[in-house]
Design a protein around this ligand. Structure first.
Ligand code: HC1
Ligand code: SF4
Length: 567
């Protein structure tokens, strides 16, 4: 450790830290805009400047390492004046329409403008750029952009895609696709990583929450909502809880108070996915088929494959993603049970994901002529709805999901993190193939944040080689190795977002250190607390096969639960 002095007080800090990290660790909040812990440091916004004794210029705290004996001022008049000036310049291009902005109250820029008491210091010079509403997943309003560049870095560094780059100069510097094309005309996969790091409202999920409010107010249809595995470990963050706080029961209670008739769990369908996809894998193993087989539940990955690697389309599992399976069953199996037709049911999915919005519009996912899922809302949008309706989240009772499409196992819970789908599949495939009970349900090799994880699983007379990749850049690396023949696997789980769904583009924005690790721990805790931890033991899924579908990969299963892709 080294000794530093912050505003006259002495502290011991780790010598590897930057001034920003060290100060935040000891409890000083230095403002930032271009900085994000998941991204590289550029030090361009100059909102984190501090005074360092002996240096002539103010230093960007995010890009300056601490040193022994360093004397730092974070709150001096000189610092505050510089920060205010820099914020004032940014405000001169930024519309003052916070009241109608989708991130009102959750905007890093708005917070700083208020905190530093910045009034319009310079003449307004707005950009009057048209909105980009081309994507079914994302909404881009470049008038609000403060040119921090986080979206550009997220797309390049996390996703390996580089769809955006900073173009133009001066006031007009903006993160745009090549040739200023609409985002939908590019290789963008709608993962929303750019949206989840945007500090303002320049890139957001396509807002669909008002559609849902209108449908609820009309209440002409049976209103069904389902929640993804990763939402329950992150939604609390919208209400000030720490990352990784599990708020499943309150979330269910809030959805009832919003007006939904049935609250179902995407986890039910995750178990069902394991039976369908696991059977597909075993079928390919026994009877021959395309290898490697890829998981198909991540729509960012499906987009990536269709756009960049269409030659692998035949290797994707044909299983629909869990929430689409649940949508299809809600409109058939469940609808029949309550005496309704598919078109009488309205299904909303609460997802940690922006690409699910685009997935839900796919023609080939229709069932009986209607969409399986009508609207997808992100975790952030659900948080917003609960706040708009002033539902007292903190004091809500813990309530249970409705039956039967709300019953699930620990194997389904872990779908929410990278490696989870693979682990759940292995628990089931092993037991079905060998007919033996697994001595231990945990597959540690596929857990954790390593970009590409691998394992070899012994099925008695055969070994299968599996891999797990998460985050676009790791995914691209892996697929390139497959293409060149440098790597071979039988079964591969792919999630386009870093960390899997816990790090999805629709999750609460966070720049707390370790937020993904904490969400991941919560996911595994849910599995450990579950009484049933294998998908093929889910009693509600078994009953569904018994009374409706027959068996995995049956004719009806194919009709309702499987799909095809663009190639
Ligand atoms: Fe996911 Fe999935 S786990 S894709 O990562 O297979 O979004 O949470 O809902 O559908 O179950 C996301 C999460 C989610 C699906 C499931
Ligand atoms: Fe890049 Fe994903 Fe944003 Fe598209 S949605 S621009 S792929 S980060």
């Amino acid at each position: 450790p080294v000794t530093i002095f912050v505003d006259g007080k002495e502290y011991q800090v780790n010598e590897d830290k930057t001034i920003l990290e060290a100060c935040r660790d000891i409890g000083y909040d230095i403002p930032t805009l271009c900085y994000h812990p998941a991204l590289s440091v550029v030090g361009s916004c100059r909102v984190c400047v501090v005074e360092v004794e002996g240096a002539r210029n103010l230093a960007p705290a995010c890009a300056t390492k601490v040193a022994d004996g360093m004397v730092i001022k974070v709150n001096s008049d000189r610092v505050k004046k510089a920060v205010k000036f820099n914020l004032g310049l940014l405000l001169s291009n930024h519309p003052n329409d916070c009241m109608t902005c989708d991130v009102n109250g959750r905007c890093e820029f708005q917070d700083l403008i208020y905190r530093f008491d910045v009034k319009d210091m310079f003449p307004k010079e707005l950009r009057n750029t048209p909105y980009d509403e081309s994507s079914p997943s994302l909404f881009r309003d470049m008038n609000k952009c403060i040119a921090c560049g986080r979206c550009v870095r997220a797309c390049e560094e996390l996703q390996g895609l580089s769809i955006l780059s900073m173009v133009n100069r001066g006031h007009y510097t903006l993160p745009l696709p090549a040739l200023s094309a609409p985002i939908a005309a590019t290789d963008c996969i709608n993962c929303g990583q750019c949206a989840t790091v945007c500090p303002v409202g320049a890139i957001t999920e396509r807002p669909d929450f008002r559609k849902v409010l209108e449908e609820i107010d009309r209440h002409e249809k049976v209103l069904i909502v389902q929640t993804a595995p990763a939402v329950r470990v992150a939604l609390g963050e919208e209400f000030g809880e720490e990352p990784g706080t599990i708020t499943t029961g309150k979330m269910v209670a809030a959805l009832r108070r919003l007006g939904f008739d049935y609250v179902f769990d995407t986890n039910f369908a995750a178990d069902l996915t394991i039976l369908e996809e696991g059977s597909e894998l075993l079928d390919r193993v026994k009877n021959g088929g395309n290898f490697p087989m890829f998981t198909s539940c991540c729509p960012g990955w499906v987009n990536l494959m269709e756009k960049l690697y269409p030659e692998y389309t035949k290797n994707l599992s044909s299983a629909k993603s869990p929430h689409e399976m649940l949508g299809a069953l809600a409109k058939t199996y469940f609808a029949e049970r309550i005496g309704k037709k598919p078109e009488d049911i309205f299904v909303v999915s609460i997802m940690p994901c922006t690409a699910k919005k685009d997935e839900a519009t796919r023609e080939q996912l229709k069932v009986k002529g209607v969409d399986g899922v009508d609207v997808v809302l992100t975790t952030r949008e659900l948080g917003k709805l609960i706040k708009m309706k002033k539902i007292p989240y903190e004091s809500l009772p813990e309530e249970e999901y409705d039956k039967p499409l709300g019953i699930s196992t620990g194997a389904a819970a872990i779908f929410g993190t990278t490696g989870g789908v693979m682990e759940a599949a292995l628990r089931t495939a092993y037991e079905i193939y060998t007919g033996k009970e697994l001595p231990r349900v945990e597959f540690e090799d596929v857990r954790g944040f390593t970009g590409v994880k691998e394992a070899v699983v012994n099925l008695g007379d055969r070994e299968i080689k599996v891999a797990v990749a998460h985050g676009g850049s790791n995914v691209i690396n892996l697929v390139e190795k497959l293409r060149s023949g440098e790597a071979y696997y039988d079964f591969i789980e792919i999630m386009a977002c870093p960390g899997g769904c816990i790090g999805g583009g629709g999750q609460p924005k966070s720049n707390k250190p370790g937020y993904l690790e904490r969400r991941m721990e919560a996911i595994y805790a849910i599995d450990e607390m579950s009484t049933i931890r294998k998908s093929h033991e889910n009693p509600a899924v078994l009953k569904l096969y018994e009374e409706y579908l027959g068996q995995p990969l049956s004719h009806l299963s194919h009709e309702l639960l499987h799909t095809h892709y663009k190639d």
